[in-house]
Ligand binder design. Structure first.
Ligand code: PLP
Length: 388
């Protein structure tokens, strides 16, 4: 494959060589079923439990039994919300935000159509929540509060410690956090929060696609989603996907020992500062307070230009970025996240998300910064929206 500069790590990440090496035997000779009673099966069971411990350590969970393996982040999110609703048929109110990933947003919209009541919390123009709105939304009939930790498009972080406290003090709701974009990028300490459920996805932090997990705090009741055999202590049926579970464990350990976060942050800051300072009519989407954003993400709008055109030109230059997950070129509907932040249409349509990862190096960022101004000025020349 041709050399690329990969700045799309919020979409997915490369499988780390260490992770691949860890899972390799489980794709070949270590093929036993962890539920089998023979020695070979019991060895496989130990590998599953080791991986569970590795994931629990990454999240600082109190106990490894709080981790259940799933197939992806979307499954974890769907299970969390539906599982709570099934357990609490008398409570028919949910609270979530307008900037959730589709895995939560589309599910809540569907539930709303099916008779549940959903309170959609607004964000301000920086993408931040007003916690007073949350407090006011809680009521005795609230079954679940579902809030993301890190926004996939802007990297804006929500204060889950504070949110958890409010949920506990003012309701009996279960608190679910979509942590998919945060794991591997910032430290997570679930033991010291009021988070009841927490979703993660392996492919966002160097495990393969097709594996995720749901943290279920001890004592929280959650109806199973997949019914069948007694795997995962009866919480999720289906023969364990051993190679992928081992990979998720290895990726968790790799993430826990990663010491390159400052480097990623510095590269991101350099990219962001240079674009905003040198290219006219650009604007940052998401809070300018970098402590309240993921260290790897920057989302920048280029006014009066189509994000798709920028993406295509960068693609020709071998640089991978994203326009934000919900941009629709045909209908010209801009991303729901940017709309919720009241970003004007002329800016929202020209938004680009740059998301860095552990394998990015300075020369790649410099390559990007060398190519971008030329691409933007060409597109500005062609833009029908700009009156000259
Ligand atoms: N939640 C967030 C915040 C995400 O960014 C994503 C994926 O982009 C998901 C959930 C869904 O994860 P998966 O692709 O593993 O289903």
């Amino acid at each position: 494959m041709k050399e690329i500069v990969y700045l799309d790590n919020n979409a997915t990440t490369r499988v780390a060589p260490e992770v691949f090496e860890a899972m390799r035997p489980y794709l070949t000779e270590a093929y036993g079923n962890p539920s089998s009673a023979h020695t070979f099966g019991r060895e496989m069971r130990r590998s599953v439990e080791r991986a569970r411990e590795q994931v629990a350590e990454l999240l600082s969970a109190a106990d490894a039994s709080e981790i259940v393996f799933t197939s992806c982040g979307s499954e974890s999110d769907n299970w969390a919300i539906r599982g709570v609703l099934e357990e609490r048929p008398d409570k028919r109110h949910l609270v979530t935000t307008r900037v959730e990933h589709e895995a939560v947003r589309n599910l809540c919209e569907k539930l709303e159509k099916n008779g549940y009541e959903v309170t959609w919390l607004d964000v301000d123009k920086e993408g931040l929540l007003n916690l007073e709105d949350l407090r006011a939304a809680l009521r005795p009939g609230t079954a679940v509060v579902s809030v993301m930790l890190a926004n996939n498009e802007t990297g804006v972080l929500f204060p889950i410690e504070e949110i958890g406290k409010i949920v506990r003090e003012h309701s009996e709701a279960v608190f679910h956090v979509d942590g998919v974009q945060a794991v591997g990028k910032i430290p997570i300490d679930l033991r010291n929060t009021h988070v009841d459920l927490f979703a993660l996805s392996g492919h966002k932090f160097h495990a393969p696609k097709g594996v995720g997990a749901l943290y279920i705090r001890s004592g929280v009741k959650l109806a199973p989603y997949l019914i069948g055999g007694g795997q995962e202590r009866g919480r999720r049926a289906g023969t364990e996907s051993l190679p992928y579970i081992v990979a998720l464990g290895a990726a968790s350990e790799l993430a826990r020992n990663f010491d390159g976060h400052t480097n990623i942050r510095n590269l991101r800051d350099h990219l962001e500062d240079t674009i905003l300072a040198t290219i006219p009519n650009t604007r940052l989407n998401g809070t300018s307070d970098r402590e309240r954003r993921l260290p790897n993400t920057t989302n920048i709008s280029f006014e009066h230009i189509e994000g798709e055109s920028i993406l295509a030109r960068l693609d020709e230059a071998g640089i991978c970025v994203s326009t934000g997950s919900a941009c629709n070129a045909e209908s010209h509907v801009s991303s729901a996240v940017l709309r919720a932040m009241n970003v004007p249409y002329t800016l929202a349509q020209g938004s680009i998300r740059f998301s860095l990862g552990r394998y990015n190096i300075e020369s790649e960022i410099n390559h990007m910064l060398a190519r971008l101004p030329g691409i933007i000025s060409q597109l500005v020349e062609m833009s029908p929206d700009i009156k000259r």
